[in-house]
Design a protein around this ligand. Structure first.
Ligand SMILES: NC(=O)C1=CN([C@@H]2O[C@H](COP(=O)(O)OP(=O)(O)OC[C@H]3O[C@@H](n4cnc5c(N)ncnc54)[C@H](O)[C@@H]3O)[C@@H](O)[C@H]2O)C=CC1
Ligand SMILES: O=C(O)C(=O)COP(=O)(O)O
Length: 530
């Protein structure tokens, strides 16, 4: 049974997938302090948050069982990603579910700003019928500068065009071709500062975007500009903005997010007549909250159940077409790594992964992680190593990873081979995915075999002589070990050979010692693959 802690308000409908799962127990405890979280996190396998819970290193180190942190939303700046990666905690988010909602909130803010709606509302409900103080501006024919043309920025641009605005877009990843497709002018920050009547920001907060519009930009900005921030507090320098409004340079601003949330009661934005604010409501719609909660719950379930997943933030993203080609190999890769590690003696110095056939043209980085995970988990413990920290752990232990690719295969359409170089020896295990038959181990060292990589296996190395198979069978039978499958591999008649036996249960060290003591038998090892 996996225990999931939900520490921020997250839609029940969205997490019903978790609530109804028979292998999951969900606890909802919102509004906890860091100390309170540290006190209870130890019993949980997963933590589900929005932006309120600050998931610090302290919380993670107390979360001894924590495998995954799910963010029901986009921004993960409330989660210490480095600390999570070091500990092998997978951080996932729900990047798509609140795009439209946040885009619509940005538009609502921009229109409210253009027409002074919050200020006019307050006066009207206060009994004052004031039609002179609130003369607004039209959006039509105005230049809108969008800083950050990702998911939300692109949707804002599309709606602005419908309002007859002239849209300038800046994003380090915005190409001329895509800008043309979106119908926006590919601009620089300087172009936007110079020409825009409205500026809206839709980037994450990074060292590069922090105070992207500050004192220096306000000195050059178009007079009368209106500024919207529904992304992250700190992208626009709050202090410099207030000064620019008071100096008559900026006409007004609409902010959903703050450098510090919630802002202090004396924060200048809260009493400024030209600044309108909302309390980080960008993602707060029924639809978005359901979407993000469903997305994150689905991936969280996959991770807890050790199934392939997407949207990991502390791992490089994998394009969908690459993922669909690699996903079937994840389990095989992990098992080959594990098999090789279980038979190799001595500390591992190098892991050589070779991909042959149809995998030769694919970016196999995600699959490399599974192979390395399989190798390291054998020595460091499967609860200590996962696809998130496998590469980090290998590097920190000085294990070299070499990846090679070849088009040619020995009769298979695909083959993955893992060679472990240790201080004592070099061992190789190769496998393939057979259409309709699933995963197979096709080679151990120089010996061809055909073995299903599953359950308890015994690897016996011996001399190819009559009678030896019988002796092994008799010894195992005497010790109540049932042989389910058996494969013998040799390269020349009468030379060195191996047996790979599938057995129904694990064997004791004593049985392995008895096997090794049989005449003409060199070695016997047990391998467990799950
Ligand atoms: N107010 C709210 O409740 C919500 C806020 N957000 C925030 O909105 C922001 C945007 O979210 P998405 O569009 O989903 O993210 P996204 O990742 O799709 O887009 C961000 C874009 O910013 C661009 N970017 C990065 N550095 C830049 C720079 N120096 N200059 C210009 N562009 C730069 C990236 O290339 C990317 O295209 C994030 O900060 C997110 O946390 C998202 C949802 C709700
Ligand atoms: O998704 C995001 O990045 C947001 O800022 C939304 O935050 P929230 O889930 O509303 O606390």
């Amino acid at each position: 049974m996996f225990k999931v802690l939900v520490s921020d308000p997250i839609s029940d409908l969205g997490i019903s997938l978790l609530i109804e799962a028979s292998d999951i127990a969900v606890d909802k405890k919102t509004g906890l302090t860091e100390d309170e979280l540290v006190g209870i996190i130890g019993e949980y396998d997963a933590l589900l948050v929005r932006s309120q819970t600050k998931v610090t290193e302290r919380i993670m180190s107390a979360g001894k069982q924590l495998k995954v942190i799910g963010r029901a939303g986009v921004g993960v700046d409330n989660i210490d990603l480095d600390a999570a990666t070091k500990r092998g905690i997978i951080v996932i988010n729900a990047p798509d579910g609140n795009t439209i909602t946040t885009c619509e909130h940005t538009f609502a803010m921009m229109m409210a700003l253009a027409r002074h709606i919050p200020q006019a509302y307050l006066k009207t409900v206060g009994g004052v019928w004031d039609r002179k103080s609130f003369v607004g501006v039209e959006l039509r024919n105005k230049v809108l500068g969008v800083l950050g043309m990702g998911r939300i920025g692109s949707e804002v641009a599309a709606r602005a065009k419908a309002f007859g605005m002239d849209v300038y877009g800046y994003d380090p990843f915005l190409t001329e071709e895509r800008a043309e497709k979106l119908g926006v002018k590919l601009a620089s920050v300087e172009d936007i500062i110079r020409d825009a009547d409205f500026i809206t920001v839709h980037t994450p907060l990074t060292p590069e975007t922090r105070h992207m519009i500050g004192k220096e930009q306000f000195a050059k900005i178009k007079k009368g500009v209106r500024i919207v921030n529904c992304a992250r507090g700190g992208i626009i320098d709050e202090k410099a903005l207030v000064e620019a409004i008071d100096a008559g340079i900026v006409a007004g601003a609409a902010f959903d997010v703050f450098e510090e949330e919630p802002p202090a009661p004396d924060h200048p934005f809260l009493s400024h007549p030209k600044i309108i604010v909302t309390p980080h409501l960008g993602a707060s719609t029924v639809e978005a909250q359901e979407n993000v909660a469903i997305d994150v719950s689905e991936q969280l379930l996959h991770i807890l159940r050790d199934e392939p997943f997407k949207n990991a933030v502390n791992m490089p993203p994998v394009p969908a077409d690459v993922l669909s080609k690699l996903e079937p190999y994840f389990s095989l890769g992990k098992k080959l790594g594990s098999f090789a590690a279980q038979i190799a003696e001595g500390p591992v110095k190098e892991i050589v992964i070779n991909y042959a056939g149809e995998l030769a043209d694919v970016d196999t980085q995600p699959l490399n992680r599974y192979v390395v995970q399989g190798v390291l988990a054998c020595h460091l413990g499967s609860d200590q190593v996962n696809v998130v920290n496998a590469m980090h752990l290998a590097k920190s232990r000085g294990v070299n990873i070499v990846v090679s690719k070849t088009q040619a295969t020995k009769g298979f359409t695909n083959q993955v081979s893992v060679t472990l170089r240790t201080t004592k020896e070099e061992r190789l295990v190769a496998g393939t995915l057979l259409n309709g038959f699933g995963a197979r181990i096709t080679q151990v060292d120089k010996f061809p075999v055909d073995v299903e990589p599953q359950g308890h296996l015994l690897l016996v190395s011996h001399h190819d002589k009559p009678g030896i198979i019988g002796r092994v069978g008799t010894l195992l039978g005497t010790n109540d070990v049932n042989i389910a499958t058996m494969q013998v591999g040799r390269t020349i008649v009468g030379g060195a050979a191996i047996m790979v036996l599938g057995v129904d249960k694990g064997v004791t060290k004593d049985v392995l010692a008895q096997l090794t003591a049989l005449p003409d038998l060199n070695n016997a090892k047990e391998i467990q693959l799950y």
